[in-house]
Design a protein around this ligand. Structure first.
Ligand SMILES: *Cc1c(COP(=O)(O)O)cnc(C)c1O
Length: 166
């Protein structure tokens, strides 16, 4: 929620000069319920990429297509809630970079690495899903899913100070 608030604030700052509509987040229909809560509490529309038979994560091509001028971020999941599968953040970055170039927008990526943030760096160190990809501006992880921490604790981290306009 804090990461999304930062995106919303950045988008609002950008919109000051021009008329704007309701902000939205593009994500897969496989998102965790906290994203639905965020959308409801903070008045952001969730634009969900539908899943299809045999493909249960966000399709990066469809996600990039859904992005419009009111998209505050595209949220990718590392460790999908449905089946644990990692979404292809690098491919998403490629399609989004192309779209940004064409439109002049600067739509960023958030990675919900609630579970995968702890396993990907160890199991697949060469997999690029994090700040190695320029459009990734923030990442969250859930410490409480692995134990040895306070109940319910999680963390969010930002790429740079500019990405945290709060
Ligand atoms: C668990 C989980 C969350 C929620 O994180 P909490 O730390 O429990 O608030 C969000 N997204 C994904 C993908 C998760 O697995």
């Amino acid at each position: 929620m804090l990461a999304d608030l930062a995106f919303k604030r950045k988008w609002q700052n950008k919109c000051k000069a021009e008329p704007y509509d309701k902000p939205n987040i593009v994500t897969g229909a496989n998102i965790q319920v906290c994203w639905e809560k965020f959308a409801r509490y903070f008045e952001v529309e969730l634009k969900e990429v539908k899943l299809r038979e045999g493909y249960y994560v966000m399709d990066p091509v469809k996600a990039a297509k859904m992005v419009d001028e009111n998209t505050i971020c595209v949220a990718a999941i590392l460790g999908s809630t449905l089946n644990g599968e990692f979404e292809d953040v690098k491919l998403l970055k490629d399609f989004l970079t192309e779209k940004n170039k064409k439109t002049g927008w600067d739509t960023p990526i958030h990675v919900d690495a609630a579970s995968g943030g702890f396993t990907a760096p160890i199991l697949y160190p060469e997999l690029e899903w994090d700040f190695r990809l320029p459009l990734v501006k923030s990442i969250n992880v859930s410490g409480h899913k692995y134990g040895l921490v306070y109940a319910g604790i999680g963390w969010v981290t930002w790429r740079s100070k500019e990405d945290f306009p709060i």
